[in-house]
Design a protein around this ligand. Structure first.
Ligand code: PEP
Length: 253
């Protein structure tokens, strides 16, 4: 049995004070949640405040990006150790917005994944096809390239600390959701790819989240599918009540 994991990707929203308030509202309802792993991923500037707000609860904190080097002359960047220093336990890597706007590649995702794991962070590695790629029947080839490139060189032990987020780009922030069947098909395909990269028991232990306009109204159905092990939530994570309802749907799934 894989434990479900719901992570909120706040993107470039919420100041430290606003993030603290949102984290406190989530904590009021979910402080003792143990059936589901709950993760809040604020902007870098709000991580410290959110970590303090959720300390002593079951809620974990993650970042939205990091650099692969440990330190050095990389102006504007943040290392894994810096995130650990602020009590982060997770880091989102290779989000489609980073691929689209900031030149993130499978190669950089791979370096970051290795660096995150080496520092004791659990990477949430995002993959997903664009609408054009879906319409051109390229889902399998695109996802295969992203998975094989982003996760190259990991040991079976390391795979167990990786979370994959399948986020069809056309469903992110658009209100369009993949149907539970469409998502399940891709999740099963990803699990098959993981088995080839490691072995079947390892692939069966890796959690694969769905992301793309997940909200209280569609979460339960998506999360009922056998290979959908949680959600990476964008817009709906900015509203405490919506996020809490999604976590509760995961707990009941
Ligand atoms: C995301 O960006 O990770 C995401 C899934 O966004 P949204 O839920 O807003 O589609």
């Amino acid at each position: 049995m894989r434990k479900k994991i719901i992570a909120g990707n706040w993107k470039m929203n919420k100041t430290a004070g606003e993030g603290e308030a949102l984290a406190n509202a989530v904590k009021r309802e979910l402080s003792a949640e143990t059936k589901v792993d709950v993760v809040l991923c604020p902007a870098f500037t709000a991580i410290s405040a959110v970590s303090q707000a959720v300390s002593g609860s079951q809620i974990a904190v993650g970042a939205q990006n990091m650099h692969w080097e440990a330190d050095g002359a990389y102006t504007g960047e943040i290392s894994a150790a810096m995130l650990r220093d602020l009590y982060c336990r997770y880091v989102i890597l290779g989000h489609s917005e980073r691929r689209q706007y900031f030149g993130e590649t499978d190669e950089s995702v791979n370096k970051k994944t290795h660096a995150a794991l080496a520092a004791g962070l659990k990477p949430i590695v995002c993959v997903g096809e664009t609408l054009e790629e879906r319409e051109a029947d390229q889902i399998e080839s695109v996802i295969t390239t992203q998975i094989n490139g982003g996760l190259a060189g990991l040991t079976s032990a390391q795979f167990k600390n990786v979370i994959i987020a399948y986020e069809p780009v056309w469903a992110i922030g658009t209100g369009k959701t993949a149907t539970p069947e469409q998502a399940q098909d891709v999740h099963a395909m990803i699990r098959g790819l993981l088995a080839k990269l490691s072995d079947k028991p390892t692939a069966d232990s890796v959690r694969i989240q769905y992301g793309g306009s997940m909200k209280p109204g569609n979460a339960a159905e998506l999360l009922s599918k056998p290979d959908i092990d949680g959600g990476l939530i964008g817009g709906a994570a900015l509203d405490a009540q919506s996020f809490i309802e999604i976590v509760k749907a995961a707990a009941d799934a």
